[in-house]
Design a protein around this ligand. Structure first.
Ligand code: BGC
Length: 289
């Protein structure tokens, strides 16, 4: 793990654990305008590409200070931080492999040491590997589960421990998939991981609710991101999929990020234990022959 460059819009700003100073700083950055996530600190995993990148940018543009975790895409993470800097927001990139508990602790330390605490955790990092069920290897199973399930499980655990220590409320938002509920032939490992993430969210909503910590899932459908590269390049598959999407288009990462920002905000304080699907109606589509 390696600490990368720290980027802050207004160099010389005092970052303080006092919420008064935080709010004052945020308002100064945004020209006195009150932003939805002013004074909040968010951690976004997989912030160097795809949906995670746009979520990090959106949370920052709504006033949050963002710790942008990445593993394999330093340039992407740097690009995210630069967008945040241009928007006059606060972002810091940090390389941590969420499949390693040791890295998870360092990531959480980074948020707490740098920004004073954290309020919002977005478990976004995820991978998928195509393989027919009968050909799926142990290695493929372990890799997908490690990133999509084990990582969010132990990262969330560490986040919750810190919140408990600080007696703070918090928000957990998992980026799951329509495939937490819908079959995806050729991707049984991915389906297993996302189905488990659905149940993890439901369990945590009940177990952590009394502590003032909410947990919800956002379930994207087909969104234009690098994870979909093969599909995006396969014209026949793509047009077959588009026929199943009532809105007749693929989603944009922004479609997901705007919902995440709402769930992270005070306006969503009573929302707990649900999955919110962002798929253009894909899951609801069925045609009788
Ligand atoms: C997967 C995509 C897939 C989409 C809709 C997403 O969770 O990452 O590969 O196209 O679901 O099936």
């Amino acid at each position: 793990m390696q600490r990368m460059k720290v980027l802050r819009a207004s160099q010389g700003l005092t970052i303080s654990t006092s919420s008064k100073v935080e709010i004052f700083d945020a308002q100064r950055i945004h020209g006195g305008k009150h932003m939805r996530l002013d004074g909040k600190v968010a951690i976004v995993t997989g912030g160097g590409s795809g949906i995670g990148q746009v979520i990090a940018e959106r949370l920052a543009s709504d006033g949050a200070s963002v710790v942008i975790d990445y593993i394999g895409s330093p340039d992407g993470a740097e690009a995210t931080a630069q967008v945040i800097e241009k928007q006059h927001g606060k972002g810091e990139i940090f390389q941590a492999d969420i499949t390693k508990v040791e890295d998870i602790k360092k990531l959480m330390d980074e948020a707490w040491n740098h920004f004073g605490s954290a309020d919002i955790l977005v478990n976004n990092a995820g991978i998928e590997m195509r393989a027919d069920f009968w050909d799926t290897t142990e290695d493929q199973f372990d890799k997908v589960m490690a990133v999509n399930l084990r990582g969010p499980f132990f990262l969330t655990q560490e986040f919750v421990r810190r919140l408990l220590g600080a007696k703070k409320p918090g928000r957990i938002i998992n980026i799951s998939s329509v495939h937490e509920d819908m079959a995806f032939p050729g991707f049984s490992t991915y389906c297993c991981s996302k189905g488990a993430m659905r149940m993890l969210m439901r369990d945590l909503a009940v177990e952590l609710g009394p502590l003032g910590i909410t947990c919800n899932n956002v379930a994207p459908g087909a969104i234009i991101t690098p994870i979909n590269k093969a599909l995006l390049e396969d014209k026949p598959k793509l047009s077959a999929l588009l026929k199943n999407i009532p809105l007749n288009r693929l989603g944009e990462p922004e479609d997901v990020a705007s919902l995440v920002s709402f769930l992270a905000s005070d306006e969503a304080s009573y929302v707990n234990g649900s999955t919110f699907v962002v798929d253009g109606g894909l899951m609801r589509n069925y045609h009788e022959q």
